[in-house]
Write a protein that binds this ligand. Structure first.
Ligand SMILES: [Mn+2]
Length: 451
C-alpha cells in the first residue's frame, strides 16, 4: 500500500519543510531520474526553498567527495544514492555536518544514518512495484496533498524503468495510476500500440512494425499506404500526414479491424495505452525524456516536464532519431569489417569509440529485431565508456529464452570473473568491465550461450 510509504516519507517531508538553508538536489539521468528530479524540483519550488540541482549519469566516489565539499547543508538524492549509500555514509555523514535525504528504489547497500526512503526497506520490490519517481512523488504528497498533479511524472518514470508488464502498471504503481485517473490526468484505454504513435506519420509507424511481421506492410511503404486506404482511414489531414495520435477512436478501430480481416495477429498490437493530457502516449513521452539524458541534456527533460514544452520535446525526439540512424549506419557500413561486426555463435557489434555507450543498447535492440545477424540466439553490442571501461548490451531471442537461456544470470556470473558489474533479465542484460577484458567477455558469453 502506498500509505506505508507515505508514512515512511513523513520525516523527509518535515525535514524539507523546516530546513532553512540552501539545498542541493542530485538526480540520475534516465527517464525515471529526470522525472524524480522534476518532482523534487517542484516540491522545493513550491515550498519556496533556495536550491540548485544537477543530474549525474552515475554517482562515483569522487562525486560524493565533491558533494561533501559543496556549500549546501542539505543534499537530496533522487533515483541515485541507495547503491552508493556506503560512500554517502562514510564521506558525508561521518565526515561533515551535512544532512542527507535519499529517495531511491535501487537495491540499497546500507540504510545509513540519514533519511533513506527505499521500497526495499518496506518489503516492496523496487524493480517492478515502484520507481524512484513514484517514491519521490509520495514524498511530494507527504509534503502536501496539493502536489497530486505531479503523479503523472511518477508514471512516466516507472514506464522509463520498464516497470509496466504487458502494458499494465503493477503493485504500488497501480495505486499511483488510480490517483492519476481519479484526477483526470491520464486516460487509459485499449488501443493500437505502434512505435512512433505521435511522432511518426501513421503509415511509417505501421511499416516499421516488425513484431508481428505484417506481410506486405512491414518494411513496405506503399504496401502500408495501400492497406490504410483499404480501411477507409484518411492518412492526411490539411495536407500533412496524420500520426496515430491524430486518429479518432473510430478510425483506430477500423485499422485494427482491417488487420484482423487480413489475418494478422493484431492482438499483439492492441495494448492498454495511457494518454497524458498533453496528447502524448506515456511510452513515447518517457522515451523522449530518456532521450534528453542520452543526448547529454537531462535538464531539458526537466524543462519539458515542468513547462509542458512540447516544442522542445519534438526537437529532442528528432535529434535522438538522427543519432540512432547514424549509429545504425555505422553498423551497416561495417558489416563486412570483421573487426567490428562478426559472428561467433553470437552476433557481435563492436561500437569502438564510434557508437556512444548511451546508444549501444538501442542499436543492439534494433539489430535483434530487424534480424541483422539472421537467427543467432544472442546479440551483444559493446562500446567504450568513461574510465577505460566497456559497456556491453546483450539481447536474446524469445526462442532462446523459451529454451531456458537466462542472459541476466550468465552476464552476472561472467562479470564476477572479469572484474565487472552486470546483470539484467532473461531477454536483456548489460555489463560494464575494464577494456582489457573485452575479448574474454565475448568469448565467455559465446561459450555460455553455446552451452
Ligand atoms: Mn530508476
Amino acid at each position: 500500500m502506498v500509505e506505508d510509504i507515505l508514512n515512511e516519507a513523513k520525516p523527509a517531508a518535515e525535514k524539507l519543510e523546516n530546513f532553512e538553508g540552501k539545498i542541493r538536489l542530485i538526480g540520475q539521468y534516465d527517464a525515471d531520474g529526470i522525472c524524480s528530479t522534476a518532482i523534487a524540483h517542484e516540491i522545493l519550488e513550491r515550498l519556496g526553498k533556495e536550491f540548485e540541482y544537477e543530474i549525474l549519469k552515475q554517482l562515483y566516489e569522487e562525486d560524493v567527495r565533491r558533494l561533501a565539499e559543496e556549500e549546501e547543508e542539505l543534499l537530496l538524492f533522487v533515483d541515485i544514492g541507495s547503491g552508493q549509500s556506503k560512500h554517502i555514509q562514510k564521506l558525508i555523514i561521518e565526515e561533515t555536518d551535512k544532512e542527507v535525504i535519499v529517495s531511491d528504489h535501487h537495491e540499497p547497500q546500507i540504510e545509513g544514518d540519514f533519511i533513506h526512503l527505499n521500497p526495499h526497506f518496506l518489503g516492496h520490490d523496487g524493480g517492478e512495484a515502484i520507481s524512484a519517481a513514484g517514491m519521490t512523488y509520495l514524498l511530494a504528497e507527504a509534503v502536501s496533498e496539493e502536489n497530486y498533479d505531479l503523479v503523472t511524472y511518477a508514471l512516466i518514470g516507472a514506464t522509463g524503468d520498464v516497470q509496466k508488464q504487458e502494458g499494465e502498471f503493477l503493485g504500488l504503481n497501480k495505486e499511483l495510476l488510480e490517483r492519476a485517473e481519479e484526477h483526470g490526468l491520464i486516460d487509459k484505454r485499449q488501443g493500437l500500440d505502434l512505435y512512433g504513435k505521435s511522432t511518426k506519420p501513421l503509415h511509417k509507424a505501421l511499416m516499421y512494425t516488425s513484431d508481428p511481421y505484417l506481410e506486405g506492410i512491414s518494411n513496405n511503404e506503399s504496401g502500408s499506404i495501400q492497406f490504410l486506404k483499404s480501411t477507409g482511414v484518411d492518412i492526411r489531414e490539411n495536407g500533412s500526414f496524420k500520426t496515430l495520435s491524430d486518429l479518432t477512436e473510430e478510425e483506430e478501430k477500423k485499422i485494427i479491424h482491417g488487420l484482423i480481416t487480413q489475418g494478422f495477429d493484431a492482438g499483439k498490437l492492441v495494448n492498454p495505452v495511457y494518454m497524458l493530457d498533453n496528447g502524448h502516449g506515456i511510452d513515447e513521452y518517457s522515451t523522449i525524456i530518456n532521450a534528453c539524458g542520452r543526448l547529454g541534456e537531462p535538464k531539458t527533460g526537466v524543462k519539458i516536464l515542468l513547462e509542458n514544452d512540447l516544442k522542445a520535446a519534438k526537437k529532442i525526439s528528432r535529434k535522438y532519431g538522427r543519432k540512432i540512424s547514424s549509429a545504425l549506419r555505422y553498423v551497416e557500413d561495417n558489416k563486412d569489417n570483421t573487426d567490428v561486426i562478426y559472428e561467433d555463435g553470437i552476433g557481435v557489434i563492436d561500437g569502438k569509440d564510434k557508437i556512444e555507450d548511451d546508444f549501444i543498447g538501442t542499436v543492439t535492440t534494433i539489430s535483434m529485431s530487424n534480424g541483422f545477424f539472421g537467427d543467432v540466439p544472442v546479440i551483444v553490442g559493446v562500446a567504450e565508456t568513461e574510465k577505460d571501461k566497456i559497456k556491453a548490451s546483450c539481447r536474446a531471442t524469445k526462442t532462446a529464452v523459451d529454451e531456458g537461456l537466462n542472459l541476466g544470470e550468465i552476464i552476472e556470473s561472467i562479470c564476477e570473473e572479469i572484474d565487472g558489474e552486470g546483470g539484467g533479465h532473461n531477454v536483456a542484460a548489460g555489463a560494464k568491465f575494464p577494456q582489457t577484458n573485452k575479448e574474454e567477455f565475448i568469448e565467455q558469453l559465446s561459450s555460455e550461450v553455446a552451452r
